[in-house]
Design a protein. Structure first.
Length: 72
């Protein structure tokens, strides 16, 4: 599986714990949890938005980089 190489950069690693917490909080507000269909795809999209809007980091989700894989 291909992943975004930006994940190896210090700027990404530095903000990741906060981004993951913000992602979880946003999903919780929307009533989305791990039982929600396509949860992981929704999670990645929210995470991507937070990275871009709050940290100006352009991250590509695993779904974007692996179009031949079906994620649920």
């Amino acid at each position: 599986m291909i992943y975004d190489e930006i994940e190896e950069k210090e700027e990404f690693k530095k903000v990741l714990p906060l981004v993951e917490k913000l992602t979880e909080l946003q999903l919780e507000k929307k009533g989305i949890n791990s039982d929600t269909p396509n949860y992981i795809v929704i999670y990645w999209n929210v995470k991507k938005s937070i990275l871009k809007e709050n940290f100006d980091i352009d991250w590509k989700t695993p779904e974007e980089l692996n179009p031949d894989i079906l994620f649920n």
